[in-house]
Design a protein around this ligand. Structure first.
Ligand SMILES: *Cc1c(COP(=O)(O)O)cnc(C)c1O
Length: 433
């Protein structure tokens, strides 16, 4: 591949390439990255940025990790891909075994797919087909909670927050699902049963048509970066059992240590019937996601009308992705990640606390390696993004949120650079009118 000059690269990018949640042509600022190493992104223009985003929460062990590169190269020497219909291989089987070991006890089977959104689609289809198999074909709806985010495909989008997700735009193509009020009691707050009253009321009323409840345990990610009481998750588990509804937990963002537990549901000491994983699974190396189920669910499929689960992606169980994911989980097991996350948490708490005094700030929240500044007003990305780059850090705010989810390998002085940049950029924002 020949390298284009940076100005030409950016001009062609503007003309031909869609970016996530961006207009076309893209009017927002875009920076060209040449390479990435450890916690740093290196731009085509020469700047080196400390990455506070882990490439959307995936790159937990840093970029260009020699062990992940080595795992990929070794696997490439054998095969990058083979079809999964009728064939199997070491990376997929060993990764499945590892995931079953790491996740809560009743989860025993793994469905591999390519992205988090598809893992959510798979979870929802599994739930519907499970009830069909059991002679309850009317259970095809879902209960979720407001401010959630589960992906951009249609079924996943239907359980994203209806306001953030602009459901009205897709009104005639989107199935209407049930939305309980978002939990209000923060992480560490004193539990009150009324926090889950609307969730319980919907279940009581519509249990006969609800296949599953689906939500992100303890931390809601892209729908608002909200941290809430694990007691909500525990009570939701009990209510689902009480009303004969499956529980799908979406740990695509929270999984693999980010919140301080390996999986956020551990804070509630419960396990789901179906679990969605993605994002950090390959340590940000490439796309891979997984949906895990219990035997209670899988064993109904043999008797069902279809006799099989009706899903099978072309690149299912991609050996390269599975080999890298397996090595990423080996890396995670090779050091005290929990101590690292609690050190990051302590530093974020200390260094973001002064932001509370700034007039533009509504709230500061920290849990695990997640630090969030909620503002009174939406940020102007065109202004703020270049300011962060000028301060040598990479952060990507959205809406009224400026947040960091750094790689676990970040050093204290590098994290200080991120929190310092956040403080000074937020300090420069005008106060609410
Ligand atoms: C990112 C995310 C998804 C979607 O994953 P993609 O890989 O972007 O399709 C789903 N659920 C949660 C909680 C996520 O954070």
């Amino acid at each position: 591949m020949d390298m284009l000059p940076t100005d030409q690269l950016l001009a062609l990018d503007r003309r031909h390439v869609w970016h996530p949640y961006a207009p076309m042509p893209n009017t927002g600022p875009v920076f060209a990255v040449r390479s990435a190493q450890g916690v740093h992104l290196e731009l085509e223009t020469g700047e080196r940025l400390v990455d506070g985003m882990s490439s959307w929460w995936t790159c937990i062990h840093g970029y260009n990790h020699p062990r992940l590169n080595q795992a990929a190269q070794a696997q490439m020497g054998r095969m990058s891909h083979v079809m999964f219909g009728g064939l199997t291989h070491q990376p997929a089987v060993q990764l499945a075994q590892k995931l079953v070991q790491l996740t809560p006890e009743p989860l025993q089977q793994v469905f591999f797919c390519d992205s988090g959104s598809v893992a959510v689609e798979v979870a929802m289809k599994l739930a519907i087909q499970h009830w069909h198999n059991r002679g309850e074909p009317q259970k095809q709806h879902f209960l979720t909670i407001r401010h959630g985010y589960h992906g951009d495909t249609f079924a996943a989008m239907a359980v994203c927050d209806p306001v953030n997700g602009m459901h009205h735009l897709f009104r005639h193509s989107l199935v209407e699902q049930y939305f309980a009020d978002a939990p209000q009691i923060p992480f560490g707050g004193v539990w009150q049963e009324r926090d889950i009253a609307s969730f319980a009321a919907i279940l009581e009323r519509h249990q006969g048509e609800i296949a599953a409840a689906i939500f992100e345990p303890v931390v809601q990610g892209a729908g608002g970066m909200r941290c809430y009481s694990p007691e909500y998750v525990r009570r939701a588990r009990q209510l689902c059992d009480q009303y004969g509804v499956l529980l799908i937990l979406d740990e695509i963002a929270t999984g693999f240590g980010r919140t301080g537990k390996l999986f956020a549901c551990e804070y509630a000491d419960i396990g789901p019937d179906i679990l969605c994983l993605g994002k950090a699974l390959t340590g940000g190396f490439m796309s891979l996601a997984a949906t895990l189920t219990t035997c209670h669910i899988s064993e109904t499929f043999a008797q069902g009308e279809a006799g099989v689960f009706m899903h099978g992606p072309t690149f299912m169980g991609n050996p390269l992705a599975c080999a890298v994911a397996l090595e990423n989980l080996n890396i995670l097991a090779s050091y005290d990640w929990a101590a690292k996350i609690s050190a990051i948490e302590a530093q974020l708490k200390q260094e973001l606390a002064p932001c509370r005094e700034l007039p533009a700030v509504k709230e500061v929240r920290v849990l695990g390696a997640i630090g969030v500044i909620e503002l009174h007003e939406p940020v102007d990305m065109a202004v703020v993004q270049p300011q962060f780059v000028a301060k040598g850090v990479w952060l990507r705010p959205f809406g009224r949120l400026i947040y960091t989810m750094p790689p676990y390998i970040i050093e204290p002085d590098q994290l200080r650079q991120i929190t310092g940049a956040i403080y000074s950029v937020v300090a420069g924002l005008s106060p609410p009118p």
